[in-house]
Design a protein around this ligand. Structure first.
Ligand SMILES: Nc1nc2c(ncn2[C@@H]2O[C@H](COP(=O)(O)OP(=O)(O)OP(=O)(O)O)[C@@H](O)[C@H]2O)c(=O)[nH]1
Ligand SMILES: [Mg+2]
Length: 367
């Protein structure tokens, strides 16, 4: 199945494009559009609440494997730039740059815009993404875009297949209480294969549950592989105990914590981080405010030897260790990427990313 996130600045044609890809379903701070016909199953998520809030942007990207970045003929603005930093910070692998509203400009202007964007995105995850010129008014480019999506989707499927044998994990994005059934959740199998009747744990609540039944696109199934979008009826839990972002995993796998020590890469496009700063930490669909309690940076001290030392700040573009304290429990795996944001930053709100497991850091000269 193909999962797409439609992102971009205000008025970039996101909602109109989403409506051409599927039928409108669930709406919260993101709107989902579903399509299932002639063997193609597709979900497109429109980050409707963005740019007012960055959470719907992170949510939409986490719910998808392929991003469509919409840029209108007026060209990129600050929010387009922020979307690019978000994609880079998330290490987003697959996407297409959609030059939208193509009927309102000239072909040479679109070529010029594409060439400029290629320069801007050099060195980012977007550097090798394909471009397509699309009009939802004349339908020009729509079929080309669908063809590109199908090609990328095949690559995504083979990547996901490699994750089928990992311990199973489902990330929940919607929760309902259905009369006569109880707690029903919608979510994504991010790794492994889940089975009906399996005993699992909902984290960070730490509640043991049984998967009563599994549905994929309204059809009952007995198992669902990595990459599947599923509806699950859960036994032994009430819907009030489950939130968006909760994770269903096997007993004994994963970590739950409120404080974090992360090896971080700070974006070049943010401001200096100071001890005492309040940041926002994202892990999948979970988010929590955190305080920067400590910063460790590496320097060469003028010699060949690398010295790691406490600092009161970290510079944009640097690597550092951030000690963060929060108040909300997050469930994660040791290999998960965390994303940091500063909601007060005026330039753009994404600060960087980090991992809790040890990764080699590059020391910064002259620190
Ligand atoms: N001519 C033309 N107009 C378009 C096209 N796509 C969208 N529009 C118009 O552009 C405006 C914005 O489109 P939306 O789809 O609402 O864009 P959006 O990114 O969802 O906008 P917000 O959610 O309001 O930020 C609307 O008036 C659309 O009718 C297109 O391909 N051609
Ligand atoms: Mg919209």
């Amino acid at each position: 199945m193909t999962k797409i996130a439609i992102i971009g600045s205000q008025g970039s044609g996101r909602t109109t494009l989403a409506s051409k890809l599927g039928k409108k379903g669930n709406v919260t701070d993101v709107a989902m559009y579903d399509f299932a016909r002639s063997g193609i199953i597709l979900t497109a998520t429109d980050a409707t609440g963005y740019p007012k809030s960055i959470k719907p942007l992170v949510t939409a990207l986490n719910l998808a494997d392929i991003a469509l970045l919409c840029i209108p003929p007026e060209g990129p603005d600050a929010y387009t730039g922020e979307c690019m930093v978000a994609l880079d910070t998330l290490g987003y692998r697959h996407g297409i740059v959609v030059l939208s509203k193509s009927d309102t400009t000239y072909p040479y202007a679109l070529d010029e815009l594409r060439d400029n964007l290629k320069k801007i995105t050099a060195g980012t995850v977007l550097e090798n993404w394909e471009y397509v010129y699309v009009s939802t008014t004349t339908f020009d480019g729509i079929e080309d875009m669908k063809g590109m999506i199908a090609t990328i989707s095949e690559r995504v499927d083979s990547e996901l297949a490699e994750r089928n044998d990992l311990p199973p994990r489902v990330v929940i994005d919607h929760v309902f209480n259905v009369t006569g059934i109880g707690c029903v959740v919608l979510g994504m199998v991010t790794e492994g294969t889940i089975h009906a009747k399996a005993k699992m744990v909902v984290q960070p609540a730490g509640k043991q549950v049984e998967i009563r039944s599994i549905q994929m696109h309204d059809v009952n199934v007995t198992s669902a592989p990595a990459g599947a979008r599923v509806g699950l009826a859960l036994k032994s839990i009430q819907s009030k105990d489950v939130d968006r972002g909760c994770v269903i995993s096997e007993e004994g796998t994963g970590v739950v914590a409120t404080d974090f020590t992360l090896n971080c890469t700070i974006s070049r496009f943010t401001q200096r981080i100071m001890v005492g700063d309040m940041l926002h930490l994202f892990s999948g669909l979970q988010a929590t405010p955190v305080r920067v309690e400590g910063i460790v940076v590496g320097g060469t001290d003028g010699t060949d030897e690398v010295v790691w030392a406490d600092s009161d700040h970290a510079e944009p573009g640097s690597e550092c260790v951030l000690k963060l304290t929060g108040s909300k429990r997050l469930a994660y795996d040791r290999s998960d990427r965390f994303v940091l944001a500063n909601l007060d930053c005026e330039k753009q709100r994404f600060v960087g990313y980090g991992f809790s497991e040890s990764i080699p850091l590059t020391p910064q000269p002259n620190n």
